[in-house]
Design a protein around this ligand. Sequence first.
Ligand code: 2PG
Ligand code: MG
Length: 437
Amino acid sequence: MAGTISDVIARRVWDSRGHPTVEVEIVTDGGATGRAIAPAGASRGTREAVDLRDGGTALSGLDVQAALDNVRRRIAPALKGMDATEQAEVDAAILALDGSVLKDSLGGNAVVAASLAVLHAGAAAKAVPLWRHCADLSGAAPSLPLPEIQIFGGGAHAGRRVDIQDFMVMVPGAATFDEAMAATAEIYRAAGSLMHRKGRLVGVADEGGWWPVFDHNEEALETLVRAIEDAGETPGERVVISLDVAASEFGAKGRYRLALEDRELGRDEMIGLLGRWIADYPIASIEDPLAEDDPEGMRDFTAEFGARVQIIGDDYLVTKADLVTAAAADGACNAVLIKVNQVGTVSEALDCLKAARAAGYGTIVSARSGETEDVSISHMAVGFGAGQLKVGSFARSERMAKWNECLRIAEVLGQEAFVAGKPLAATGWADRKQGAA
Ligand code: 2PG
Ligand code: MG
């Protein structure tokens, strides 16, 4: 059979932070090959799959020789002879081999690179584009996602210069994916010019967003609104703001410490602060507004604001189908971030996506802060019909490679496959003409 796996190769490559990571290459009997690289997060949920790192002093303990070894000695023998087009079967074999909850036996990095490489090999064996193979697996109609693009970095991606992690824009009013890219390019550049004029342009953060030299967290929002205006847009019309608070990074046990402002907020005060921002700024989406250990806060926040903003669980849901189903029953969040390496395999990510769909949750396929030239997630966002894609900012080639791949797919799929503002329709963004603060 064309898709029968004949060889599994593991090699050490390097990610966008210059850290070692795992690449896996799959070869099939028919000569088809597939290759994928494990990404790496900096702000990580405690329930997400664990990468295997060697420890010690060399490479700051981040080397991945044990994970590579696991691919060569454990995963390769199990996968040889299996059909790369049968993703669920291959992933089940990998999971059986690992046998742990957090993938710390094989290593989340070994697992995700192997699973994604199989996905690529499966598409190659079928001689179809990766997004088409993903659509076959998901049963969804392929669509071009609404991009969510970072303008200012923060939190763990910017030396904790500000507490909030991502200040992003979305262009739900764009008619095409290309139009969303061009509008974002103008805003990104306008934001850079603003920082330059303030004497605060010092470079970019891990995901390419401008380095956040601000006196308080809200100043980033004020500056973002100004950048949107400088780009010739009316904030809240074609363009909306989206935040990843990544609250688990500075909150625990219902207390939230904003280091930049040297103050600590209780759960209700944190919700109050975000509520004021939602009232004062054209915010349509907020990720991890409360910490992963704060279901009460997440419930309260969703009850109060769930009808007007998309509330995404990232660290809170870690791409796990059962956590999404439970959160839906609990009234927490109304959308989920889908990061394959957070859960481990492509099949588990797909399960999460299906659980989200069943719960009426929005879905956002997402990159990690440590990325590479690997563009698998662009194809997954399209083929899973996820509706939204988050890959970081509008700079640095590990980010641009993913946006550019979507442009190539758009040419094949046609612009009518662009979902535009549909994923945010329930927030009423189109009916609300909010002014700037
Ligand atoms: C997130 C991601 C991507 P990291 O929190 O959503 O921005 O960050 O990969 O560091 O977890
Ligand atoms: Mg996040």
